[in-house]
Ligand binder design. Structure first.
Ligand code: AMP
Length: 187
């Protein structure tokens, strides 16, 4: 595994801990020898993690659609910035480039990206691991809901379990490395 894709916010969040955790994860990536793949923005926690990896001497690839390069202020200092046609290409390209995926606290875009990776794994379209940084219980409600999708018979526990969960930045890369990949079929 050499490149990790991190999904996170185009916003800062309402507490400094969100930017701080993005900076810490950037440092952890470099310390362990991983490059960063992300959405290419210079704003929010996305910008914070990219700046942190660069400041630590690491490698960053951003993938951004032309249509939102202005909106999210495409980062001008990356090692590689790929400008793609649309959101679909962005996700496909990030999925192709990365060997594993970490989702940090974020908004709808973060969730959308995380769930596409998880559902493609569920369908056997890739065999790359995913982990969630559940900082201070940010995702507790979502994890409870995911359990309910199993209880109600719409998901299999084995598929939900492919998302490794860590409450700490220090723990999220080890959790990713230990994340199970299932071959159990969705249907
Ligand atoms: P957010 O968590 O809402 O701040 O968004 C985080 C990132 O996800 C931003 O770079 C958004 O542009 C991106 N995003 C939102 N929707 C999509 C989508 N459908 N496909 C790819 N990226 C998306």
């Amino acid at each position: 595994m050499t490149k990790i894709c991190v999904f996170c916010g185009s916003s800062d969040g309402n507490h400094p801990k969100y930017i701080e955790s993005a900076k810490q994860l950037g440092q952890e990536l470099v310390k362990r020898g991983y490059g960063l793949v992300y959405g290419g923005a210079s704003i929010g926690t996305m910008g914070a993690i990219a700046d942190s990896v660069l400041a630590s001497g690491g490698d960053v690839t951003g993938v951004i659609p032309q249509s939102i390069a202005d909106l999210e202020v495409a980062h001008s200092g990356l090692n590689n910035l790929e400008v793609v046609a649309d959101m679909h290409q962005r996700k496909a390209r990030m999925m192709q480039l990365a060997d594993g995926f970490i989702s940090m606290p974020g908004g709808l875009g973060t969730l959308e990206e995380m769930f596409e990776v998880l559902t493609w794994s569920q369908l056997g379209l890739h065999k790359k691991p995913s982990a969630l940084l559940n900082l201070d219980g940010y995702y507790d409600g979502l994890l409870e809901f995911l359990r309910n999708t199993c209880v109600q018979g719409f998901s299999k526990q084995a598929h939900i379990d492919t998302l490794a969960v860590s409450p700490t930045v220090a723990g999220v890369l080890p959790a990713l490395m230990a994340a199970p990949i299932t071959t159990i079929s969705k249907v």
